[in-house]
Design a protein around this ligand. Structure first.
Ligand code: SD4
Length: 303
């Protein structure tokens, strides 16, 4: 039995490829890395890796993380520029006992030491998008829109699990801003005894509920992955409402050690993808539509 789940429609090809490889015996960790690297390398996906969303100064600064569900070891990078595949760096750092979470220049230096490829992560389109936002934000004062993280959770044929995340974070973020994606417990968590979870949405909100740890903790106490995602989300949303805040933009995915999966969202529609023993599907879930439904790729406009 193997199973893999990824956030957003953009993960579909990576999940398809990784699912085939998992079925052929690839490890959960390598499957997570491969699925995410494919999204990072594709400039069509504007919120992850190459061609990602620039910060206020026009730099594409990425965050990524990797967790091994057997050892509970973690690797992560934050505010990293010019590393072609931040997930590969996070995966390599996960092999270390110390110095496994690196920021900025230190992370770039580690990538060089590992011999990982570097690249200018900006594309003509990302530069144009930044220039337009600079012009528009001086008129409207609204810059912070557009953000999607690719998160992947996998279970392999030997019952090992892994989790990974990668993002360029919020569009027009302040230089140095870090979201939930590289933070263990918030953006991701994985313990192959109980399951794995990951989050996408506004990192500043996701962190307030340590949502990924909360989902895994609910699974540890017996919840199935759909219920665990929903309960963790509802709890934070209720707290936000009590504080006079709106629900915000948060989506969660989870994978159980038996290969079953779940998701929940505050959005009208949140697409995610799965592969189980090489059967690949696109799903949607909505705040008012909490049971995941299968969808055809052309039905889903949200990437
Ligand atoms: C962040 N959580 O940097 C990321 C962005 C994201 O969907 O996931 N957006 O806050």
């Amino acid at each position: 039995m193997n199973s893999i789940i990824g956030t957003w429609k953009m993960s579909l090809e990576g999940i398809r490829n990784a699912s085939t490889l998992l079925t052929a015996g690839l490890s959960a960790g390598d499957a997570v890395e491969k699925a995410i690297a494919l999204v990072e390398d594709d400039p069509a996906y504007i919120s992850v890796g190459y061609g990602g969303l620039p910060d206020r100064d026009g730099h594409v600064m990425t965050d990524a993380a990797f967790m091994d569900g057997t050892t509970l070891r973690v690797g992560g990078v934050m505010s990293v520029e010019s590393v072609r595949n931040p997930i590969k760096l996070a995966h390599k750092l996960c092999g270390r006992q110390t110095n496994c979470l690196l920021a900025g220049d230190g992370a770039v230096q580690a990538a060089r030491e590992f011999g990982l490829p570097m690249r200018d992560m900006r594309t003509e389109e990302s530069i144009k998008r930044w220039q337009e936002a600079c012009a528009a934000s001086s008129e409207t004062g609204k810059a912070y829109t557009g953000h999607d993280t690719v998160c992947v959770l996998a279970l392999d044929n030997t019952n090992r699990m892994a989790a990974g995340t990668s993002t360029s974070g919020l569009f027009m973020k302040a230089p140095g801003r870090v979201g939930d994606s590289p933070l263990i417990g918030s953006g991701f968590y994985c313990d192959d005894r109980y399951g794995a979870a990951a989050a996408t949405g506004l990192g500043e909100d996701i962190m307030r509920g340590c949502l990924s740890y909360e989902v895994v903790s609910l699974m540890r106490r017996g919840a199935d992955p759909i219920t665990a995602c929903r309960e963790a989300l509802d709890f934070l949303v209720a707290r936000k409402h009590a504080l006079g805040e709106d629900s915000g933009s948060i989506s969660l995915i989870a994978l159980a050690p038996d290969g079953s999966f779940g998701a929940a969202t505050t959005l009208t529609i949140f697409p995610f993808t799965t592969g189980q023993n090489n059967q690949v599907s696109l799903w949607t879930v909505g705040y008012n539509d909490p049971i995941p439904r299968k969808a055809a790729p052309d039905e889903v406009e949200v990437d």
